[in-house]
Each structure stands twice: as C-alpha cells, then as structure tokens.
Design a protein around this ligand. Structure first.
Ligand code: NAP
Length: 280
C-alpha cells in the first residue's frame, strides 16, 4: 500500500510543539519579511507566513517595498534589520524584480539572521559539513518528512530534479550527508527517465507540471513533489502525475499538503533556532 507523506499533519504537530517551546521560555522571536512589489503569489505566501508565525508566538514584521526600489535602497533596509537587536530572523520573499541582483541581496543578510540559509556562509557551512546557523527550509522539511515516516535514506539512490540554490542543491547535500547516492538532473539532462527509473527516492523541484509520469519510476520508489505551477485554468499543479504515479510508489507526497506546509513549519523552526542562538 502506498504511504501518503502527509506534510499537513506533520507540520501541524511541529507547529504545536514549537508554540509550546516558545511559550514555555516566554520567548519573543521576531521575523522580518521583506516583500518587494505586488506579485500576487508572493502576497499570498507572505500572508500565510505572517498568520502561521503569529499562531506560534513569533512576531512577524512585514516590510512591503515599492517594486521600483533601487538595489542600494534595498541593501540599506537589510542593513537596518541586520543591526536591529529586536529582529532575530530576516527573509526576503522571492522572486525579486528583474533589476535587483538577488544574490547580492541574500548575501547581505547577516548569516546569524539568515532564516532561509541562503547566505554564502551558511551555504558553505552546509557543504563543508560544519553547522550552518540555519539550513534551507524546503529541503529541511523534506528530511523531516522522510524521518517521520522512517524512510531510510542511507545507501539509497536519490535523484533530484532541479538544481536551484533554494531546493535542488541543498537537498542534494542533505541527502548526501545522510549517505544516499545522489544524482542531480536539470533541464539539460538527456533522457531523464533513465535516471529516475533507477531511483529509490525522487525529489522533483522543477515547476514543470506532471513532468514525472508512472513510466519514469520504479515500483515502491519514494516520490517527493516540490513543484508548484499554476495552470491556464487557474488550478495549482505539482511536478508529479499523482493520480498514476501513486499506484506504483511506495510513498508519495500529496501536492498540495506535502512539502508546502513543511516549508513554512521549517521557516518558523529556523526563526526560533536563530532566536535561541542569539539569546543563549
Ligand atoms: P527554479 O530556480 O526555477 O529551478 C527549477 C529547476 O528545475 C532548474 O534547475 C531547471 O533546470 C529544472 N527544470 C525545469 N524544467 C525541467 C524539466 N522539464 N526537466 C528537468 N529539469 C527541469 O525553481 P525552484 O525555486 O527550485 O523551485 C522549483 C519548483 O518548486 C517551483 O515550482 C517552485 O514554485 C516550487 N517550490 C515549492 C516550494 C514549497 O514549499 N512547496 C518551495 C520552493 C519551491 P535548469 O537549471 O537547467 O534551468
């Protein structure tokens, strides 16, 4: 029988536990969220983060900035937040407008307050085996989900589709650290199926709707669907053809209800982690 990797239920459990720890310590963690422009999807994501943060006892501070803001003005906002002792964690909602150099922005966030784990110091620590101040939320949530359902990672063939700094690369590192044999595929990979068919674990993070079909996976494979795409009819769709793949898979994330809620839970876990590091 296929196991449904229920991120909604697990994330609720994690958030209840987190709220308990925050309240027990009478802690006052504060998360700053910078949002540039009025991208409708970003607005929805930020509202949700704000709501979940408040629910666990984390104070959100949302900074909506004009879409035409200059690189320097945005950097100045980050500098102010970096220096403000009341702010424990900083997040810059992506995507940023075209004229902004996102890499420079992310690098400017203090590694101590870098809740997404994207600052080069945190990335370097993850890759070199040192402990980062925080690790990227989506892959961290996936590891928690695999652990919760006691899915063995060591000695497994893991295929990751997508090589972004946000999901694919840190996911590869985190599975490698847990002794999986990792292959990263991307849009220039020839014959994707030849890789996925040998995979015990597939993490697909492309934003290409229904890219992963039943003929691409082996029986009992573990399928993690990170992708979120909006179809022309307005419906949200993942990277995996869930209806057909779920018959063959040993375990699979629903989408929605799998990776998404885990990502938000890890964002709030990371906020409290940074707070604890700063106040110990
Ligand atoms: P990204 O930066 O656009 O990267 C997408 C990656 O997928 C790239 O490496 C690209 O290859 C690869 N790719 C695209 N189409 C492909 C195809 N047909 N075959 C093989 N590889 C393909 O995106 P991202 O930020 O990593 O996010 C990926 C998806 O996950 C998006 O849909 C995003 O909305 C979603 N997401 C969801 C969550 C969540 O919490 N649920 C969190 C983060 C992201 P190249 O490098 O060659 O271009």
């Amino acid at each position: 029988m296929t196991i449904l990797l229920d991120g909604k239920t697990l994330s609720t459990k994690i958030l209840i536990d987190l709220a308990g720890r925050i309240s027990a310590q009478n802690a006052k963690p504060k998360l700053a969220v910078i949002m540039v422009g009025d991208n409708p999807a970003s607005q929805i994501y930020v509202k949700l983060k704000e709501k979940r943060a408040k629910a666990v006892g984390i104070e959100p501070l949302v900074l909506p900035l004009d879409k035409n803001i200059s690189q320097n003005a945005l950097l100045e906002h980050i500098d102010i937040l970096n220096e403000d002792p009341a702010i424990n964690a900083i997040l810059v909602q992506m995507p940023l407008p075209e004229h902004i150099d996102a890499e420079q922005i992310v690098s400017r966030i203090s590694p101590f307050k870098d809740v997404d784990g994207f600052n080069p110091i945190n990335v370097g620590n993850l890759v070199s085996g040192s402990t980062p101040y925080a690790v990227p939320c989506t892959p961290l949530g996936i590891i928690k989900l695999l652990n919760e359902y006691k899915i063995t990672i060591a000695e497994k063939n893991a295929v990751i589709i997508g090589r972004s700094n946000i999901v694919g690369k840190p996911m590869a590192q985190m599975l490698l650290d847990r002794n999986a044999t990792v292959t990263i595929c991307h849009s220039k990979t020839k014959n994707l199926k030849s890789f996925t068919q040998n995979a015990d674990i597939i993490v697909s993070a492309t934003g290409s709707p229904k890219l992963i079909t039943a003929d691409m996976i082996k029986q009992n494979a573990v399928i993690i669907d990170v992708g979120v795409s909006k179809l022309e009819n307005g419906k949200i769709c993942g990277d995996v053809d869930f209806e057909n793949v779920s018959y063959l898979a040993g375990a699979i994330t629903p989408n929605p209800g799998g990776v998404g809620p885990m990502t938000i839970a890890m964002l709030l876990e990371n906020t409290f982690r940074l707070y604890s590091q700063q106040t110990k």
